[in-house]
Design a protein around this ligand. Structure first.
Ligand code: FES
Ligand code: FES
Length: 169
């Protein structure tokens, strides 16, 4: 049965009508019209649907909407503001450094996996600002790219890490 639920998404409290066990991905896409998280496998295996929940990457296809009540959900659309809040910047940049780095490295091919790649890399860089190559590979391991852009993604994460160096906190 559908209930009215209040969830915090990209720092706004949103009221949605959904059965408590509805996947968060469906609510974000269909009710809130957020197109960052994407439906890929629907099984928690590809990462294209990833969002941050209290700063931790989660697969929104496998997360019940009721599980995020009282928590803070950040989607791709909210990442620049989330980054600005973390770094205590006066203004959010147009793009999170990871988004900019992917453009700079011309890493994107079809682009389907990039929501998850950006969300996961943003989580990694928030906890480990200067990750080693091994740490990047390990963090990104559960995110699948059918176009095989992994080497370019690796470079983009390293570039984003450099871009974030010296940014105020
Ligand atoms: S769509 Fe959620 S992990 Fe693949
Ligand atoms: S760029 Fe096509 S799936 Fe990754």
């Amino acid at each position: 049965m559908a209930n009215e639920l209040k969830i915090r998404v990209n720092e706004q409290v949103r009221t949605v009508t959904a059965a408590p066990d509805t996947p968060l991905l469906y609510v974000l896409s269909n009710e809130l019209n957020l197109q960052g998280p994407r439906f890929g496998c629907g099984l928690g295996q590809c990462g294209s649907c990833s969002v941050l929940v209290n700063g931790v990457e989660m697969r929104s296809c496998q997360t019940r909407v009721s599980a995020v009540e009282g928590k803070s959900v950040t989607t791709l659309e909210g990442l620049p503001a989330w980054y600005a809040a973390q770094k205590k910047l006066a203004q959010a940049p147009a793009l999170h450094p990871m988004q900019q780095a992917l453009i700079d490295e011309q890493a994107v091919q079809c682009g389907y996996c990039y929501n998850g790649m950006i969300v996961k890399a943003s989580e990694l860089l928030s906890k480990t600002p200067q990750p080693t190559e091994a740490q990047i590979r390990s963090a990104m391991n559960g995110h699948l790219c059918r176009c095989g852009t992994y080497p370019r993604i690796l470079k983009a994460v390293q570039r984003a890490s450099q871009m974030m160096k010296g940014v105020a906190k």
